[in-house]
Design a binder for this molecule. Sequence first.
Ligand code: TRP
Length: 393
Amino acid sequence: MNARDEEIEESSFNETGNLRGDYNVTPWQVDGVVDYNKIVQDFGTRLITPEIIEKLRMFTGQIHPLLSRGFFFSHRDFDIVLDAYKNGENFYLYTGRGPSGHVHMGHLMPWFFTKHLQDTFRSRLLFQITDDEKFLYSQHLSLQDVEKYAYDNILDVIAMGFDPKLTRIIIDTKNIKALYPLYLEISKRLTFSTAKAVFGYRPSSNIGMISFPAIQAAPCFLPSLIEQKPTRVLIPAAIDQDPYWRITRDVAEKMGYYKPAQVHSKFVPSLEMNGKMSSSKPTSAIFTTDDPETIESKISGAYTGGQPSVGLQRMLGGDPDACPVFWYLSHFFDDGKVSFERSLKCRTGNLLCGECKSDLTIQTKLFISEFTRRRDQARNQIARFLYEDNPFD
Ligand code: TRP
């Protein structure tokens, strides 16, 4: 752990709590063209290096595509967790979801990686559903709305295939008893001035918002209570959640726990290619609840890296790096070789956007129809996954 890692750099945030620069990344909003190297510098995290990937390969045998494609690109203490594991120390996984709407394919990405880690290390997973957060931060969602989405989103979590023996879902409003003592210990150690600097609270922010970060921090330490000894936690999540972990790391050792470790992912591009996918803009994403016609029309209307006309495309070629259709194909469906060939054909003008869109439509429909089947099966499994007083018995 380097010193810079642990500092909350107040100066890098402007008065609304956003990072300065050409992009804007907060836990609630991502805009602009994100420079991931700059984020690593600004947030004080570390890039995932080939050495770390090799360390992981010792346990996994092969490298997960989300790592080899660079989707998970940054971390804090991932190497330390792997070294400790090698020395016989288990760790818990922790991730979560704010139930503000239906789940889209972008949300699934960190979950895929979490499942890969659970399968590899047989780790216990705590999955937090922050219905309280989405209620407090939303202008229009009622408690009934977030409760409805909480149970809807849990179906997606279960459909991912997490191991029911190793996975517990915490719904904040239902399981607050388990979190509350930790919430108190954490919030007592966090000042308003720190929270304001990190999250950009204003005098007009409601007071529930201001203390919410201590609720999201609590599951980082819950494993230590369950195991009755300090227990390491690794959090796979998109990098916009990092502010939460920064403040958590700041209080961890004072409370007698390990600092939680993280692996950070990039954002998933919008099908319309501005900012990350957003639940509030339904056409920018494919939801797990979309029917085949909706999938078809969203993909046919998607932005691409292609030229305005077939003639120009044949002559100049397209730009797969700026193409959400290519991004989806390469991150969800194409293997490395197919993806490389696709990008080559695109660049040389030998592939038209219509062909990629049609490939993506076919694959997505198959994927979502299988996912829907699993989601339906999940309905009678919810009870097995919910956190209870003796969570892993
Ligand atoms: N705040 C997250 C969201 O809005 C939800 C969340 C809670 C979470 N705990 C987490 C995400 C841990 C990743 C890891 O979606």
